[in-house]
Design a protein around this ligand. Structure first.
Ligand code: SF4
Length: 601
């Protein structure tokens, strides 16, 4: 049975009043791949009466009142993505689709959904606490650079005027909050829950901790912005993080340490909740995000890679939280019972598929660890890297009756595969369908160093291993590499080097990701400040749409439509000598002198 989205549905469950009402920017898909349904089911399991208001029309307060006034609080999320990332391309152009909405329609949620939804709820029920969470609130919890306005914004808790902010994965904080409220503790006195942040008066007595430079300092001084990022990056480990404070004018943001990761039995309990695994029956049109995950399995969460451009570590945490193999098998068995199931599992993975079951092997080192990545600049000696659990899991999933084919579509860390012979063998033997997607992101070492990724040598070594293993298995298989253009530190000349490397390696890209400075990442800090905050070194930043367009084109030399742009890019960085190799003999340059621009450094 679905959780109620109308009063009638609530009454059918015998609920004339709800304890917690979620408001979300996504359609209601009752599946654990989506944060709001997952937390709603988690609270339901612990005895709370929960409802969901999905994608309300935000132009008036009435749609926010359809389930009435909750007894404890409203919980607001913009959805699975930051609403600005969801609405705009890296060139700040409006998108016309939305994979989390029936019919893939754009326009079902507002820009800055967390702020707008909270404001409507406060208009409707001034005295009911509003708790904000999800990736939008999580990554905007401190003063942060906003690419779409090209300025530093305040913590979202001040702009939304919310009563509490939940960051990271929410099972522990939301449950503790609901239970303490149920026991009668006043909302305003609950200030010590891990994984939460709140706004205090500047004069209020607050727990001691690390104080970041203020919002005002960050807004006017890029060095201070970089300093704040560096201080914050040392406070990500829940085992040793301290309270973090940041002044905003006369007010203070107080951010408690992150919630502790879930252990295996807790992960299993979450994934055993009674999800219907389907969109709410009121929807008529298909929802692309659901079609994509319908037959996929989330085996774990978290990522210890620490890639500079990625927000996953900042939201899900650096420690891997894995489900047991038995829990995953149970989910597969339930899937196999569905009438529509045809025997194919579309993915077995998480943020990084081959991190399943991996962990820090030294509890005392972990307790004080302040590294941003367990892999960069080189794998930590305490990291348990073997892929035996992941390989065993794949074998078990394949062995479930009714399953005919199992794919691994989640990304894999190719540098980890070198330490995971069992997993690599399973992967290449059964799970990649002839094409393995990996993300070296670049092949110029000074760029990969800024991305906190392994360099070219590691990628070349991986390619050799991949071809050797495929030959041994007598399979014709290929690598599909993913790259980013326009990342801080990348010049046009670097992109030419990358394009030549691809050509010489016989690789062709399917997609090029144009870098977007999303809230909260290391790369966004570099983009805004022109500094690597962790080393203090200056970083070249490609900014204009034009230069970004030229960078991107260099990876698409196989497309005739890109030819003129590529010739222009080569001319601008004085690399016309590469034209023939990239584009063929007909592209031999005329006798014009090359012009050099700053982007071609
Ligand atoms: S493996 Fe190393 S870097 Fe990772 S948490 Fe443990 S001590 Fe820290």
């Amino acid at each position: 049975m679905f959780l109620p989205i109308t009063k009638d549905e609530a009454l059918k469950r015998g609920w004339d009043e709800l304890d917690v009402i979620f408001v979300t920017g996504d359609a209601y898909i009752d599946h654990p791949a989506f944060g709001v349904p997952l937390l709603a089911r988690w609270l339901e399991f612990h005895g709370f009466r929960v409802g969901i208001i999905p994608q309300p029309d935000w132009k008036s307060r009435e749609p926010f009142m359809v389930l009435g006034r909750p007894r404890l609080f409203f919980a607001v999320s913009a959805g699975a993505m930051d609403s600005m990332v969801s609405h705009y391309t890296p060139a700040r152009k409006l998108r016309h689709d939305d994979a989390y909405t029936p019919g893939n329609r754009h326009g079902a949620r507002p820009n800055r959904a967390t702020i707008i939804y909270t404001s409507r709820l406060k208009e409707a029920y001034k005295d009911v606490p509003v708790v904000i969470g999800g990736i939008e609130a999580s990554l905007r919890r401190f003063a942060h650079y906003d690419f779409w306005e090209d300025k530093v914004r305040r913590s979202i808790i001040f702009d939304a005027k919310a009563d509490l902010l939940l960051y990271g994965m929410g099972e522990r904080p939301i449950l503790e909050l609901a239970q303490r409220l149920r026991e009668g503790e006043p909302f305003g006195e609950i200030r010590d829950i891990r994984g939460t942040a709140y706004a205090a008066k500047g004069t209020e007595a607050c727990p001691g901790g690390v104080e970041l430079p203020s919002y005002e300092e960050l807004s006017s001084d890029r060095m201070k912005y970089a300093e704040a990022f560096r201080l914050l990056s040392g406070e990500q480990n829940p085992h040793c993080a301290r309270v973090v404070l940041q002044r905003h004018g006369g007010r203070l943001l107080v951010c408690n340490p992150p919630a502790m990761p879930l252990v295996e039995t807790e992960m299993d309990a979450v994934y055993a909740l009674p999800f219907t695994k389907a969109p709410h029956p009121s929807y008529r049109d298909p929802i692309p995000a659901y079609e994509q995950i319908k037959t996929s399995l989330t085996t774990h969460r978290g990522c210890f890679g620490g890639c500079a451009f990625c927000a996953i570590t900042h939201h899900q945490g650096r420690f891997i939280q894995s489900r047991s193999a038995a829990s995953v098998q149970q989910e597969v068995r339930r899937l196999a019972e569905q009438k529509w199931f045809r025997g194919s599992i579309s993915d077995v993975g998480g943020p990084t598929a081959n991190m399943y079951g991996l962990c820090c092997g030294d509890a005392s080192a972990r307790a004080v660890c302040r590294r941003e990545s367990c892999l960069y600049p080189r794998p930590c000696r305490h990291l348990v890297m073997n892929g035996r659990s992941a390989a065993e899991l794949l074998r078990k999933v394949r062995g479930v009756s009714g399953v005919r084919h199992v794919a691994v579509a989640s990304g894999v860390r190719y540098d980890l595969l070198a330490h995971q012979p069992d997993y690599l063998r399973e992967l290449l033997s059964h799970h990649v369908g002839g094409l393995l997607k990996v993300a070296p992101e670049h092949a110029v070492d000074k760029v990969t160093a800024l991305m906190r990724k392994p360099g070219r040598q590691a990628f070349v070594a991986f390619l050799e291993m991949f071809h050797r293993e495929s030959a041994r298995l007598e399979k014709r298989q290929h690598v599909v590499p993913y790259f980013i253009s326009g990342h801080p530190g990348t010049t046009l000349a670097d992109m030419v080097e990358l394009a030549l490397f691809l050509k010489r390696s016989g690789l062709r890209v399917e997609q090029v990701q144009d870098f977007t400075p999303t809230p909260g990442t290391l790369a966004t800090c570099m983009y805004h400040t022109g500094l690597d905050p962790l080393t203090g070194a200056a970083v070249y930043v490609p900014r204009g749409d034009r230069e970004k367009r030229l960078q991107k084109s260099l990876l698409l030399s196989h497309l005739p439509a890109e030819r003129a742009t590529i010739i222009q890019a080569l001319r601008e960085c004085g690399r016309e000598d590469a034209a023939v190799e990239l584009l063929g003999r007909s592209a031999a340059p005329a006798n014009s002198a090359p012009r050099k621009r700053p982007g071609g450094r």
